[in-house]
Design a protein around this ligand. Structure first.
Ligand code: PLP
Length: 450
């Protein structure tokens, strides 16, 4: 047997990749990424790309922030690992918990840490089941989520996710969940329907779903304030106020999944502020550490905490947690990352650069392939369509978007195509000149796609 030793060969021979067509990877081989610098990453051959999606919507501070390296190294040298089970804690977990309680809306007073957004949403499901058992309403266990929403890929969080490719052949959903209509007017509003009327129709659908299931059986509604991985879908005006009112009416908890939107992405610290949402639970990850370390956080109200705490006493413990929950290195990096976001006013930069991004993209509004340009702050998408006037999509596989994704590399740009929607979510440190350059590279790719 010949030993394969280039990174690409080793990888091809031994590695099953997530979110990848395995046969295509075998045929073309992986692109080996080697280093990062600000908003740029370079592959092994030295080709440089603007990382227009900040990795996976997550690297707020850029790809070579030494302060995070130092924070990790210092914590590694001091106490590389300890857990937070059974009356133990450590400095970074305690300090980050305190910081998150300070930063998030005032009514969110406690935090539970996990390693990923999927685990966080899994944990949310379990905590809500635990809570409703504690409150003596064991039948109140169902969830409502949206088609097009993304909440992770574990058995339970993947069940909340409303994207067909996450369900196909995985036998999901595996927990009681109903998916309601995607809040995206461009494709789902009826002809002549105002945004307000569309929002009302969606809220009515949620109310009807709760009534159909029985309000005594519906525990929670989960949504991303602005859907990210499902295509950067900005909800219609008034949507969240109406959804919130329905949830309150039927004592249904409201979960804001801010895994992508948290820590400044929409130009405010949290998208719940941007959209006027008062969630009972807020889920955070990604930009919490700029993904230099895996970490997620679940913020909850005092009422939720108190009921869980009482129940843990009755049962003798809260029987849930991960070896890595509140990991000292991850939480130390999180603290430093948030300090940078605050010191450099990256939330303000996201608001300012977001305006530049949205207006630069708006220049493509008349392009024959461009159906809709949407976004808030430093997250945006350009919807490519086969027919502009009828809003007809290309083929269901999104082959045009996939072609665009590949060709963008030739122009030194990494973006994400969600079917035929081209998504942008650059690091929050991006400058005006860099936003313009990123959009210029998008324009060149669009020319190739025509
Ligand atoms: N929730 C949202 C809104 C996400 O965008 C993601 C990931 O993209 C997740 C949850 C899952 O997070 P993870 O990939 O860390 O499990």
């Amino acid at each position: 047997m010949t030993r394969q030793n280039s990174t690409a060969e080793l990888d091809k021979a031994a590695h099953l990749h997530p979110y990848t067509n395995a046969r295509k990877l075998e045929a073309v081989g992986p692109r080996v990424m080697a280093e990062g610098d600000g908003i740029f990453v370079r592959d092994e051959q030295g080709n440089e790309y603007i990382e227009g999606l900040a990795g996976l919507w997550s690297v707020a501070v850029g790809f070579n922030q030494k302060r995070l390296v130092d924070a990790a190294a210092e914590q590694m040298a001091k106490l590389p690992y300890y857990h937070v089970f059974a009356q133990k804690t450590h400095g970074p977990a305690a300090r980050l918990a305190d910081k998150l309680v300070e930063l998030t809306p005032e009514h969110l007073t406690k935090v539970f840490f996990t390693n990923s957004g999927s685990e966080a949403n899994d944990t949310v499901i379990k905590l809500i089941w635990f809570l409703n058992n504690a409150l003596g309403r064991p039948e109140k266990k169902k969830f409502i989520a949206r088609t097009g929403g993304y909440h992770g890929i574990t058995v339970a969080s993947g069940s909340l996710t409303g994207l067909p490719w996450n369900h196909a052949s995985f036998d999901l959903p595996a927990i009681p969940v109903r998916h309601v209509t995607t809040p995206h007017a461009y494709f789902f509003a009826e002809e002549g329907e105002s945004e307000e009327a569309f929002a009302q129709r969606l809220a009515d659908e949620i109310e009807a779903t709760i009534l159909e299931e029985g309000p005594e059986t519906v525990a929670a509604f989960i949504g991303e304030p602005l859907i990210g991985a499902g295509g950067v879908l900005v909800p219609p005006a008034g949507y969240w106020q109406k959804v919130q009112a329905v949830c309150h009416k039927y004592d249904v908890l409201l979960i804001a999944d801010e895994v992508i939107t948290g820590f400044g992405r929409t130009g405010k610290m949290f998208a719940s502020d941007t959209f006027g949402i008062t969630p009972d639970i807020m889920v955070l990850s990604k930009q919490i550490t700029s993904s230099y370390q895996p970490l997620a956080a679940i913020m909850m109200t005092d009422a939720i905490y108190q009921a869980i705490a009482d129940h843990s006493e009755r049962l003798g413990t809260l029987g849930h947690g991960f070896t890595g929950t509140g990991h000292p290195v991850a939480t130390a990096v999180g603290l430093e990352n948030i300090a940078i976001i605050e010191e450099q006013d990256l939330v303000g930069n996201a608001a300012a650069m977001g305006k530049v991004l949205q207006s630069e993209l708006a220049r493509f509004a008349d392009h024959p392939l461009v159906g809709e340009i949407r976004g808030v702050g430093l997250i945006a998408a350009v919807q490519l369509v086969a027919d502009k006037s009828s809003r007809t999509r290309f083929d269901p596989e999104g082959k045009v978007g996939a072609f665009f994704f590949e060709r963008a590399h030739d122009h030194g740009l990494i973006i994400r195509n969600i079917k035929d929607a081209i998504a942008f979510c650059p690091p929050l440190i991006i400058t005006e000149e860099q936003v313009c350059e990123m959009v210029a590279r998008f324009g060149k790719t669009l020319e190739d796609t025509l």
